[in-house]
Structure formats: structure tokens, C-alpha cells
Design a protein around this ligand. Sequence first.
Ligand code: EZ4
Ligand code: CO
Length: 403
Amino acid sequence: MKITAAKVIVCCPGRNFVTLKIETDEGLTGLGDATLNGRELAVASYLTDHVVPCLIGRDAHRIEDTWHYLYRGAYWRRGPVTMSAIAAVDTALWDLKAKAAGLPLYQLLGGASRERVLVYAHANGRDIAQTVDEVKRLKSLGYRAIRAQSGVPGIGKVYGVASGDKPYEPADASLPSEHDWDTAKYLRHTPRLFEALRAELGDELHLLHDVHHRLTPIEAARLCKDLEPYRLFWMEDAVPAEDPAAFELIRRHTTTPLAVGEVFNTIWDCKALIERQLIDYVRCTVVHAGGITHLKRIFDFAALHQVRTGSHGATDLSPVCMGAALHLDLAIPNFGIQEHMPHTAETDAVFPHAYRFEGGFMQPGEAPGHGVTIDEALAARYPYRRAYLPVNRLQHDGSLWHW
Ligand code: EZ4
Ligand code: CO
């Protein structure tokens, strides 16, 4: 099966997505997600200008070889742009191989290790009462695990909290919007949120929280200790992800489980965290961590060290990524949980898919490949719109902080 053509499709059905479509001489096509929120066109150019010319004529079945051809062959290894581009090729090739076999992708990854994929939903509200109501609403839809984020008194715009009635979507402006931050206010407020949630919802529901990289190690240790009575499923991105030593400090102080990895792009970003057992869940994704081939390598390595998976699944990862992720989730032995933020109706219409939500769990479906396609005519009706993630500044002196 030879690759005859490959093209990059950029569309914006409510938000931007970059999709790679690979065509073959056998008439089969494969799709990969290449979306990098706020830097979409860099990956589109990397693919169109530098990767696609190397793909034409290659054997589509040689997935591992193609991965190394693109990784080693670039000389300049790693980084989110390179690894998202490699991921798109890799995902499209797995899609093709599974279609050629006439099997859903999870069958090629070893078959199902479980019957269904546990997912967690996002609840947010401008205050504690509204967040509690939203958690109750999501629980009534069947979710067994819910991430809770709340507005903080005295802070204007907080990560994870929607403005108005719209679903939360961080890339909200054609130039970066400015948010404000005060760590002390956040540290006082967050334990109250989880105290209220446990009081109202009881012990059964899994509760999660995302700090979004905003604390120092000792502040994160304090928050994790304060939240111990509420038994979180995990605390996500408690500190900026680059520094394993920060996690060592947090670990010394608390038994709250730790999750990190949505910004990682290779195994080298999480190798020390995993082998030193400084985290409990690794959150790398198909799209930002080099595709199915590399993500499976990370997850297998994590399994050796009792680290489970919890792949990022925000709306800026396209349905193509979600479809591929669910096949991996179903197959790997050390799956933990999958993040699930539903896409808008416009996005779902552009990317028809076989996966479905069923009472707190998801299924990748039985369609050959990863089960996600693209309606190119519809996609063409939603041209790219420049959009950025916000920046964040400390309230007391305006210095730039982690968003
Ligand atoms: O801010 O995907 O857990 N989910 C997250 C996301 C990220 C966005 C950035 O593009 O942290 O909401
Ligand atoms: Co996150």
C-alpha cells in the first residue's frame, strides 16, 4: 500500500483544527489530528512544506520506520510542533493499517483489555454553588468522575471557568486576552469548593481538579494536603511540568494522587517522573506526543512503574485524536481514565465518528480504523480564524505568570 498523496485540512467549526489526510494507491485514506492550540499554522506548514514531500511513494504499512524517519530524520528532535506533525502521520498510518485489515484499531493494539473506557467530565461555575449544581447535572448524565473548577472571589477570570452561558473554550480571542491571578485567594478558596462537593455529593463520585501549572512546589504541597480529606481522584498540573524535582517535593508532603503530561511531547519529558514514581497518572495525548506509536511506548513504560494513563481530551484535540485515544484506552493494560469535553455540534458534523458516550463511559466503536472521518466540503465552509490562549498576570504587580 503506497502513499500517493497527503494534504493538510485546516478548519474552524467553532474552533481551529488541523487534520492530515493520507491517500494510498489502494484507495484507502487515513486521518491524523495535528492541532496545536494557538500555534496551528506552524504544524500545518511543518507538514505541508517539510513532511508531505517525504511521504509520497512510501509504504503506508511501515509505521515504525516512518516514525523514526521523521523523528531521527529531522535531526531537530522533539518539541510540540515536530511531535504533533509526526503524530498526525502516525495516526493516519494506523488508521490506514486497521482499515486495510478491516478491523477497529484497538484490535491491532492487542484487542480490548476492558469493556468500556471510563471518562471524566468538566464542571465549572462562577462560584461554589454554581459549580456544585453543575457537578450534580453531569452526575445525572451518568458521569462517574468529574473535574471541578470554580471562580475565585477577587479574581477576574480563572482557568477552566466559562464566561456567560457558552461552554468553556480557552482560545477566546484573536490576540491573547489577559487574565489576573492571586495564589493566596485561590489556595483559600479551593478546599472550600471540595468540602462543599463532598458534603453535597457523598463519597462515591470521583472528583478531579486542574491547577493548570500555577503553583510553586510548596504551595502545591499545601493545597494537596488541604484536599486530602476530600479524596481526589487526582490533582492535575499542580506545578509547571518541566521540573521533576518539583514533584518530588510535593510527593514528600501528600498522598493526593498527581497527574501531569498534557504539555509533554515525548517520553523524555516524563521518563524521570515515571521511573521515580513521582506521578500517578500520565496525561500525554496521541496528538501532542508523537501519535499512537510513541504514546503506546510511554504508556508501556508507565505500566512498569505502576503509573496509569489519563489522556488529555480537551476540545482543542480534534475528534480524530479522541477516536484514536479511545482505541488505545480500550487496549492498554494500565489505562486509568480519559478526559472528555464534548465537541460542539458543528465540530461533530465536520468529523463524523464511530465513538459514543454511554452512561459515564465511552466506546471507540467497531468501524475499521479509528472510526473518525472528515466531511471536507463542510470543513471548507469554516475557514481558519486566528485564536490565542490567554496570558496570565499576578494581580499585585502585573508580572507575567503561568496561565
Ligand atoms: O488548557 O487544552 O485539562 N485540560 C486543560 C485544557 C488546556 C487546553 C490548552 O489548549 O488543561 O483545558
Ligand atoms: Co489540564
